[in-house]
Design a protein around this ligand. Structure first.
Ligand code: URA
Length: 219
């Protein structure tokens, strides 16, 4: 409830309100929806303080890429380099992701959209808590709605689990094509996992070939 009220107050402040009449707490009719415009959504998310990650972040990492991308990658949350720069996947894992996109999919990084489950860095790169993820995920869902990609790639188990609610281990579900709200969702291992377990690169290579086929086939 506190989060809902705060979210609505942020939205109203962002809309220019300085004063509002008392809010009724027992209905959803006062719920304000997120902006239907990616630039406006970004402005709003940059001012978010709805969870404690906002206290330790240096920058909010909203996401970046083609606003009309057919393919969207979803990671877990920013690391140190992303927190410094405000850009997703620009550290070591990001360099690997960029190579995967450019060398295997043979498309440019700028032609896809890249975002995360949480927009602020969890301290010491820990996995986001359930509460942090649930607080932040409406922003990602709105990004997905606005970019409207045909194919989503969930990078790693955290991304897959929070997007779908399915707790199947990533080792079992990776490479499968899962229906997700009229889109195709293909989970694969996270690039950070690949840096620690290079022998898994073969499996991700196979997943990327599948993603490439689906992208070209217009399935
Ligand atoms: N790992 C992620 O999940 N996201 C990033 O943006 C960077 C590293």
């Amino acid at each position: 409830m506190k989060k809902r009220v705060l979210k609505n107050l942020y939205l109203l402040k962002w809309l220019g309100y300085e004063y509002i009449d008392p809010i009724s707490f027992n209905s959803t009719e006062n719920e304000i929806s997120l902006p239907n415009d990616l630039t406006k959504l970004r402005e709003l998310v940059l001012q978010c303080h709805l969870c404690s990650l906002s206290k330790t972040r240096k920058n909010v990492v909203f996401g970046e890429g083609d606003k009309n991308a057919e393919l969207m990658f979803v990671g877990e949350g920013p690391g140190a380099t992303e927190d410094e720069t405000g850009r997703p996947f620009v550290g070591r894992a990001g360099q690997l992701l960029t190579k995967m996109i450019e060398n295997v999919l043979e498309i440019s990084r700028e032609s896809v959209y890249i975002a995360n489950i949480v927009k602020c860095r969890p301290p010491n790169n820990r996995v986001p808590t359930e509460e942090e993820a649930q607080t932040c995920i409406p922003y990602l869902k709105k990004q997905i709605e606005l970019v409207n990609p045909r194919i989503l790639v969930a990078l790693g188990s955290t991304s897959y689990r929070y997007l779908t609610g399915d707790t199947t281990p990533i080792s079992k579900i990776r490479g499968e094509i899962v229906k997700y709200q009229n889109r195709l969702l293909i989970p694969t291992y996270h690039p950070s996992f690949l840096l620690r377990n290079p022998s898994k690169k073969k499996e991700v290579y196979m997943d990327l070939l599948k993603i490439k086929r689906v992208l070209w086939q217009k399935l």
